[in-house]
Design a protein around this ligand. Structure first.
Ligand code: ATP
Ligand code: MG
Ligand code: FE
Length: 339
């Protein structure tokens, strides 16, 4: 069984093919990062236009690489949300056109379900499991008791982890997206600044990163006023230590409280070397198995959409010809809806 998937929720035009739910056949990602860099972030109108230009090329490339014809594809999966509406629409319309022309079943996929299912291309899921989702727009702990079911036990009350990375990077005048740059600098610095950790209420699995971001900005500002020299490397290392400390501590506590078999890490910030290391150390001491996807499956791609779409398809989910982009699609509701 072959599932072809399309992902265009943000600034990557991506097409992938997955065989039998878990085998990656082809994964093509056309990134627009270079076009958005000079604006310091993703410009929605530019993103939509690039998706239109890249969609057909990316599709043809994926099919060519796989050696498969469209007739051999069993279903078309596509990210229906959340994301930028204009960007999502390009993928949704491409998927609908393909499915209609070839009379193939169509499956709508939640982008974050995709980030989580990226891990299943590496290792089979064992339930119950928890997913630590850390991306550009989301930071949440998601409990899965079975395939396609998602319960959010904690989430950010303000900025997402990736957003905090990108904002701090911008303050340090690093290029967009800043996460990888901070990660690199952090490896060369000392944790010499004691930035706050927001644990929130004692039992809460929620997160908050806006206070930390403000603290970094204030610290830089005060140092400048006093004529003190702060090394960017030390700021990066101290900032990263705060983020990683809170994320990894809450993840372990949740894993123990819910007695899950696996802890899955998902989203762009799962590429962070500090986070990967801290999680590996902490999970070595508990019974829960830790799964972190390879870097190319952490940031946006369509392989993850195919992986989640294949499961939804085999559970009987089908989208109609009225499938629409849904920029605010809710993960729990997406999991609850029936075919
Ligand atoms: P969402 O998935 O929530 O809709 P998104 O698709 O924009 O948001 P992703 O593509 O999953 O987000 O991840 C991009 C984010 O990951 C960016 O904020 C980027 O800075 C961050 N990121 C990527 N690599 C690293 C890294 N090594 N360390 C920290 N952050 C990173
Ligand atoms: Mg992205
Ligand atoms: Fe994403």
């Amino acid at each position: 069984q072959y599932i072809l998937a399309i992902e265009t929720s943000c600034d990557e035009t991506a097409v992938a093919i997955v065989k039998n739910e878990r085998e990656l056949v082809t994964n093509v990602v056309a990134s627009q990062i270079e076009s958005h860099k000079r604006f310091g972030g993703v410009v929605p109108e530019i993103a939509s236009r690039h998706h239109i230009e890249q969609m057909t090329i990316t599709l043809e490339e994926a099919l060519e690489e796989s050696g498969l014809g469209l007739d051999e594809i069993d279903a078309i999966a596509v990210t229906e949300g959340p994301g930028l509406v204009g960007a999502l629409l390009v993928g949704v319309n491409a998927a609908k056109s393909l499915a209609f022309a070839k009379q193939k079943p169509l499956v709508g996929v939640h982008h974050i379900a995709g980030h989580i299912y990226a891990n299943r291309l590496e290792k089979e899921f064992e339930f119950p499991l928890l997913a630590l989702v850390v991306s550009g727009g989301h930071t949440e702990l998601v409990l899965m008791r079975e395939h396609g079911s998602f319960e959010i036990i904690g989430e950010t009350r303000d900025d997402a982890a990736g957003e905090a990375y990108d904002k701090v990077a911008r303050t340090l005048k690093l290029p967009y997206p800043g996460g990888p740059h901070i990660d690199r600098l952090a490896g060369e610095g000392e944790e010499s600044i004691d930035f706050p950790r927001s644990w929130l209420e004692k039992d809460s699995y929620d997160f908050s990163f806006s206070g930390l971001k403000s603290s970094v900005i204030n610290t830089l500002h005060n140092a400048k006023q006093k004529g003190q020299e702060l090394k960017d490397e030390d700021v990066a290392a101290s900032f990263q230590a705060s983020v990683v400390d809170v994320l990894s501590t809450k993840a372990v506590r949740a894993a123990e409280e819910y007695g899950v078999k696996q802890m899955i890490v998902a989203g762009g910030v799962a590429a962070n070397s500090g986070l990967r290391q801290a999680l590996e150390e902490k999970f070595a001491a508990v019974d829960t198995e830790l799964l972190i996807p390879p870097i190319h499956l952490c940031t946006d791609n369509a392989a993850m959409i195919a992986a989640a779409g294949a499961v939804a398809f085999n559970q009987g989910h089908r989208a109609g010809w009225d499938l629409n982009a849904n920029p605010g699609l809710d993960l729990e509701m997406y999991g609850e809806r029936k075919k």
